[in-house]
Design a protein around this ligand. Structure first.
Ligand code: SF4
Length: 239
C-alpha cells in the first residue's frame, strides 16, 4: 500500500449540487416541505449563478498516527483530542487531513446581493454555496478512500467544530495541512476564510471501523470502485 507521500493540491474537481441539500439549508424538511414553483425558479437562478462563481479546490495530505487512545490521536506531534474516537474509528494507523473550498467569489456576490436588498436570491445563493462545499468535502472523502484501497479501510470524515470535536483543533489541522496552498486562511477565532470552506480528517487502517452508522459506499461518487461494499443509491451527487 502506497499512500501519496506529499501534500496534494487538487483542482478541477467535479461538483454536483443536491437540490434537496440546498433546500435543507433553506429550512425545508426532507419529505415534508415541498418548494413552490417560485422557489424552484429562484433555486435554478441561484444554481446557474453559483456554478459560474465557484472554483472548487482542495489540499490533502496523509500522515501516520504515532499514538492513539480512547479520546485522542497523536499525528506528527499534534495531539488531536476527539471524544470517543477510539470507539468510532477503531484501530487507525494513518490519517488524511484536508481543506477544501469553493473560493470567495460566491460569498462576495452574496454580500453584494444583500447590500442591494435582493434578499431571496442572496439567501438562496448562499445555500447553494453551502451545498456545494458539502458536496466537495464528500468527493474528497471518496478520493481519500480510493487512495487507501485495497489495503486500508478509510473512515467517514469528521471536522473540528462539529459534534463534540472542539473547533480550536482547527489550528492543529492547519499545521498538518497547509490551507494557504489553496487560499484558505484561519483567523484567531478558528474561522476559515473564504467562509465556504471545510476542513476534514479521515482515519485509515486495515481494521478501521467503517459503515457502522451509515454506509459510505451508498453515497460514493466512485462509480467504478471494485471494492464497493453496498450498491450505490441513486443520488445527484454522482456525475
Ligand atoms: S465505493 Fe466505497 S470503498 Fe469504493 S471509494 Fe467509495 S466509499 Fe470507498
Amino acid at each position: 500500500m502506497r499512500l501519496p507521500a506529499r501534500q496534494q493540491v487538487l483542482t478541477d474537481l467535479p461538483l454536483a449540487i443536491d437540490p434537496a441539500e440546498v433546500l435543507r439549508f433553506q429550512g425545508y424538511k426532507p419529505g415534508r416541505d415541498a418548494p413552490t414553483a417560485d422557489v424552484r425558479t429562484l433555486f435554478d437562478e441561484a444554481l446557474a449563478e453559483g456554478r459560474r462563481l465557484m472554483a472548487p479546490r482542495a489540499v490533502a495530505r496523509w500522515a501516520p498516527v504515532t499514538r492513539r487512545d480512547a479520546d485522542a490521536l497523536v499525528v506528527e506531534g499534534e495531539a488531536l483530542v476527539i471524544p470517543h474516537i477510539g470507539e468510532r474509528w477503531g484501530p487507525v494507523d494513518q490519517v488524511a487531513v484536508a481543506v477544501c473550498t469553493i473560493g470567495e467569489a460566491l460569498e462576495q456576490r452574496v454580500s453584494a446581493l444583500w447590500a442591494a436588498r435582493e434578499l431571496p436570491l442572496a439567501s438562496m445563493l448562499d445555500s447553494v454555496g453551502s451545498g456545494a462545499v458539502e458536496s466537495l468535502a464528500e468527493y474528497v472523502n471518496d478520493l481519500l478512500c480510493q487512495q487507501g484501497l485495497p489495503a486500508l479501510r478509510v473512515t467517514n470524515r469528521i471536522s473540528p467544530g462539529y459534534g463534540d470535536w472542539d473547533v480550536a483543533a482547527q489550528r492543529r489541522i492547519f499545521r498538518l495541512c497547509d490551507g494557504e496552498a489553496i487560499g484558505v486562511r484561519l483567523n484567531e477565532a478558528c474561522v476559515m476564510t473564504p467562509g465556504k470552506s471545510i476542513s476534514l480528517m479521515v482515519g485509515a487502517g486495515p481494521e478501521a471501523r467503517v459503515d457502522h452508522y451509515f454506509s459510505q459506499c451508498a453515497r460514493c461518487w466512485m462509480r467504478e470502485c471494485a471494492y464497493r461494499r453496498v450498491p450505490m443509491r441513486a443520488t445527484v451527487r454522482r456525475p
